[in-house]
Design a protein around this ligand. Structure first.
Ligand code: DGI
Ligand code: FE
Ligand code: FE
Ligand code: FE
Length: 187
């Protein structure tokens, strides 16, 4: 498998230096959360470094992958924001040889979450939101929650994301609602 330096070079070749700085921030936040919640630091580091691997692939290439690979055709109603997680997991497996399912699911679910998320998936979902370079409304509350209640941080982040999408009249991907129903809403 790839060394950390080889992984970094592979990721750096795919994204702008600004996004790469974000990726390093996510790694820093993810390692901190992994230490706090007893998650493998190595897995947290690999998942963080690769989570946005597909973020800057062209729309054309992404659309071709979606149709040729018999992937979820509903994705075509959304944009790269929704595709780059699941397509990233596929490309990271193929191009970087990463096969660990927990890591691949963490990449797949990092944007919209999922009803069931392992601790590693929660760590990456939250680290992507709270990394030091982020300045969203509510990010401080998520940072504070993440220090002692990871599940509460997942819920708060999901709620903030929905507020943001609704405020901007953006289309809500159904899995985002499913994540909200599981992690935020009362039965
Ligand atoms: O890739 P990043 O910028 O680091 O962050 P991300 O993958 O968590 O989110 C990318 C964008 O996706 C962010 O602006 C919020 C947006 N997003 C999240 N859920 C949904 C969504 N956009 C739409 N249209 N619908 C969603 O359900
Ligand atoms: Fe992302
Ligand atoms: Fe995110
Ligand atoms: Fe990201």
């Amino acid at each position: 498998s790839l060394t950390r330096n080889e992984l970094i070079e592979a990721v750096q070749s795919q994204i702008s230096s600004k996004r790469f700085q974000h990726v390093l921030g996510v790694e820093q936040a993810a390692v901190q959360l992994a230490e706090r919640y007893g998650v493998s630091i190595e897995k947290a580091s690999i998942a963080a470094l690769t989570h946005d691997y597909a973020k800057e692939r062209s729309d054309k290439e992404m659309r071709e992958l979606i149709s040729h690979e018999k992937l979820d055709l509903e994705w075509l109603d959304y944009g790269s924001n929704i595709w780059h997680g699941p397509l990233g997991a596929l490309l990271v497996e193929r191009e970087l040889g990463i096969s660990n399912l927990d890591i691949l699911n963490a990449i797949k679910h990092h944007t919209v979450g999922a009803e069931k998320m392992s601790l590693l998936e929660q760590v990456i979902y939250v680290a992507d939101y709270i990394e030091p370079g982020r300045d969203f409304p509510g990010v401080e509350q998520v940072r504070t929650l993440a220090a002692d209640d990871l599940q509460a941080a997942v819920g708060y982040e999901t709620k903030q994301t929905l507020y943001y999408l609704i405020e901007k009249n953006r289309r809500i991907y159904p899995k985002t609602i499913a994540t909200y129903n599981k992690w935020v809403a009362n039965p």
